[in-house]
Structures are given as C-alpha cells and as structure tokens.
Write a protein that binds this ligand. Structure first.
Ligand SMILES: *Cc1c(COP(=O)(O)O)cnc(C)c1O
Length: 382
C-alpha cells in the first residue's frame, strides 16, 4: 500500500489536552454525578462566551431540545415550525412535548431555514420556530427575527448543535433565541462522548430548567437555601451530565483556540483545493457570508445531481475515503408525515439532500489528504 492509499475516516474524535487528568480528578474528588466542580467550570466557560443568563449541561443536545420544548408548555393544537433539512431530534423533541410539526424549506446561501417560507407558514398555532446553523454557519437570523416580530407568541429556538463559537453580526450563535442547545456528541467540534447544553437567554427562564433537569424537584432552591427541604414540584427527568464527562469536556474547551484554528485550516484547504472545480461550476462549496464567522464544523460540496453524488461517494469509498451524504428530508419521512400538522413542500431540501456530499473532516486531517480527496472528487465530476 502506498502512502496515498491510506484510509481516511470521516471523523476522528481524539484527546487534545487535559481530558483524562480531569476525569481522574472528578472520580478522585468524589462528586461524579451532575453539578460537580467540572460542571461548574464548563458552565462558566459557556456562560461567559454567550453572555447568557445561565447554561445547563445535559446528557445530549436532544435532551436540551426536550427541555426547551417542555418550557413552552405546549397545548393541544400548538405547532412548531422546523426545517425539513435537519437532524431528527430538532423535530422529535417538540413532538414528545405534544406539538404538531410544520416543515419549512431551506434557503440556498447557508442551507438554513428559509424565512420566506416560514413567513408563509406562520399562523396563531405556531409556538416556536427552530433555527439550525448548518455546518456551523449562522442561518438568516435577521430574516427570522423580522418574521417573528409579527408573532409575539412564537419563540425562536436555536438548535446550535454544530455552531458553538460561531458568530452572526458579531454576536455568538446561540444568543438570538429564547433558548439554544449545543451538542458534545463525538461527531461534533467539542466532545465528551455524549453530552449537550441548554443556553438560557432570558432571566425569567433561569429557574424552571433546573427543576426539569433535576427530576421535577426544587433541589436547586434547597441548595440555594431558599427552601428548607426539597420536594417534587413539576414535571422533569434526569437530564444532567455526569461530572466525569464534564471533566472530559473542560479538557476540550480549554483547547478551543487550537481546535478552531485546525478546523479552519482544513476548511480553507478544501476550499482552495476545490476552487478550480467550483469556478467551472462543477461543484458548489459552502460560502461564509461576510457578516458571520463559522465554527468550521464540516465541509460539504453540492454536486450536479444525485447520480453524480452517489458516484462520488462510491468512488471515494473504493479508495478508502469515507465521505457521506447528510439529512434525508424529514417532511416526507414516515415520522415526519405522522407527526406533522399539515403537509408542506420543501423542494430545495429534496434537491439538496440528493446532491450533497460531506467530506472527511477532523482536527488533524492533513492538507495532503485534503488535496488527495479533492483530486478524487475532481476525477468524478470533471
Ligand atoms: C448532532 C445534532 C443533534 C443531536 O445532538 P445529540 O447531542 O446527539 O443529541 C441535534 N441537532 C443537530 C442539528 C445536530 O447536528
């Protein structure tokens, strides 16, 4: 096997700093459940970045989405607008809280939810609109805000699973919605195996999520000395992240600058290597609008059609390079049809889903490997 034939995985989660030390310290310190010293340190890092009212660490982004759905106190007849082009749980979390779904299409600049389509879908039943910052690039937030201004009973919620440390017009992604949620799943930029966070942007929302996270009890008020014993007061579940995993996560977050710089290098290397194909109109590559900064979560290309995309996937695979497609449209999935309030057309989602190819992306992916992958893509489309 020559060096250029080495296998390239899609993702390579790894240690970057003090993760193992911190996990050991968490175990030796004796507070391994949620709310321990490493949880506090991670919450400080995330609260400071967002300038938010509070941050709660959860076992997943999905859990954080479920908590934000519970906070809406959904009633029969209520709906939530979600992009069809997203991960299942951006939608499922709201179904579990009792909402029916309305699926919106995406715009082509960022593949984020299309404010024009949202505008056309809005009515009195809508309680929330879910924004996803695909690939870590902010969606059209100003467009969504302009629509939502007309509907004060509908909240913006950001599923920011991919966009931690990205910005929109100078402000962190995750600070525009009533809530935002983050993922620390092994496939994301900052990881702890499985993990997530709920970011709270309004002071009146600080109290209740702690009860929801703590099995429906007012244990936090007890710990703060506000009540002399704690009891069952609300609905909830066991959503808190173990302090062992918070230790792992702190090790990652401390290396934030180097992780972001390395991912940016990978992104830029792909953009350079694929520029000739993009100039010929054979592929299109993600553009970061000038008023946004990316978290550099992934690199994708849009090929001419599904046939070309599938051929490129097969060709990469045959050479040991693990590319992959992405979201299968939710609006036409069995779950989407079952849980939607009404059917809606999402033609761009259908079309993009068929011709999008995600390329290997991880912190230490070498530029030579990026160039080799670009040559393989070029061989298929040229
Ligand atoms: C990864 C991801 C999720 C799910 O995150 P988990 O932490 O695995 O629950 C939800 N939404 C989007 C947009 C994602 O990328």
């Amino acid at each position: 096997m020559t060096p250029t034939d080495t296998r390239i995985p899609f993702n390579k989660p790894g240690l970057v700093g003090n993760e193992l030390d911190y996990m050991r310290q968490a175990v030796e310190g004796g507070h391994t459940s949620t709310g321990g010293p490493f949880t506090e340190r991670v919450v400080d890092v995330l609260s400071e970045w967002h300038g938010s009212q509070d941050v709660l660490l959860t076992t997943s982004c999905t859990d954080a989405l479920e908590m934000s759905a519970m906070m809406l106190d959904i009633e029969p007849g209520d709906t939530v607008i979600v992009p069809s082009f997203t991960f299942v749980t951006s939608a499922l979390a709201f179904v579990r809280a009792g909402a029916r779904l309305i699926f919106a299409d995406i715009e082509m600049e960022t593949l984020g939810i299309d404010p024009e389509h949202v505008d056309a879908l809005m009515d009195d039943s809508v309680r929330a609109v879910i924004a996803v910052h695909y690939a870590g690039i902010g969606c059209d937030i100003a467009g969504l805000q302009a629509v939502l201004e007309k509907w004060p009973h509908a909240d913006l919620i950001e599923d920011n699973a991919q966009g931690l440390f990205g910005t929109y017009r100078g402000q962190p992604l995750g600070t525009f919605g009533r809530f935002s949620t983050i993922s620390f799943h092994e496939t994301k930029n900052f990881i702890c195996g499985e993990g997530g966070a709920l970011v709270i942007n309004r002071p009146e929302d600080v109290d209740r999520p702690h009860t929801l996270l703590d099995k429906g009890t007012n244990r936090r008020s007890f710990l703060l000395g506000q009540v002399d014993k704690y009891s069952w007061v609300d609905t909830g579940s066991s959503f808190g992240l173990s302090d062992i995993l918070a230790g792992y996560l702190l090790g990652q977050l401390e290396e934030r600058d180097s992780i972001l710089a390395r991912r940016r290098n990978v992104f830029d290397a792909y953009a350079d290597a694929l520029a000739p194909l993009a100039e010929q109109g054979l592929v299109s590559t993600p553009a970061i609008p000038s008023d946004r900064t990316s978290s550099y979560h992934m690199f994708y290309v849009l090929l001419a059609d599904r046939q070309t995309r599938d051929a490129a996937l097969a060709d990469l695979k045959a050479r040991g390079v693990h590319g992959t497609f992405h979201y299968v449209p939710l609006h036409s999935s069995p779950g989407g049809e079952r849980f939607s309030d009404r059917s809606s057309d999402c033609p761009r989602t259908d079309e993009v889903s068929g011709r999008l190819l995600r390329l290997p992306f991880y912190n230490d992916l070498a530029t030579e490997d990026v160039e080799r992958i670009a040559r393989l893509v070029s061989g298929v489309v040229a």
